[in-house]
Design a binder for this molecule. Sequence first.
Ligand code: ADP
Ligand code: 5GP
Length: 192
Amino acid sequence: MAPTPPVVVLSGPSGTGKSTLLKRLFAEHPDSFGFSVSHTTRAPRAGETDGVEYHFTTPEKFQELVNSNAFIEHATFAGRSYGTSLAAVRDVTSKGRACILDIEMEGVKQVKKKPELNAKFVFVKPPSVEELEKRLRGRGTESEEAVQKRLGQALKELEFAETPGIHDKIIVNGDLDRAYKELDEYIMAQLK
Ligand code: ADP
Ligand code: 5GP
């Protein structure tokens, strides 16, 4: 039987560049990886499509999924619910592709408690908190209130990432090309 494809968990403060790096990874290796499409109760941003970036859902439906144990992990972030369903991961691994999760720290803690997923953990760090704030505002997707919530959460994520043994790889996303190369090399090595 073919071995189960690996699961790679990417985390890091909102605005640090996770989606940018992942878009490039998926474009360069379309047959090697798949994205775990999470459920969320936040509203879609311009350009986001239901079923692609997220399964956009209502708080009621999200709660039903929680009650039926559909999620391998779920958490509240900036006042909205987010969760990874087992189905989302299986959708990818059943095609023989490595599954990439983009989740926040409470989700990381929960996935850590599931050794059967055999996950690797990558943390994407901004070069500084000032640069993070610039990127978050520059993206132009959040209200001022949401930017403040995300920055507050960013400090917790950065502190959590200091815990020894949490992450298998930490990448500073200063220069995008350099960060991408590091991510690409690390993730491709997991496929061997
Ligand atoms: P995340 O998915 O971590 O929330 P995004 O990928 O949406 O972050 O990136 C946030 C913003 O920062 C986007 O506008 C993106 O174009 C920009 N960005 C990402 N990486 C870099 C980088 N290395 N240098 C400068 N800007 C970047
Ligand atoms: P955004 O709203 O910017 O897309 O995501 C906000 C935060 O939620 C990011 O840190 C992202 O990694 C995290 N996130 C996205 N999907 C999930 C999920 O399924 N579970 C958890 N725990 N966090 C998620």
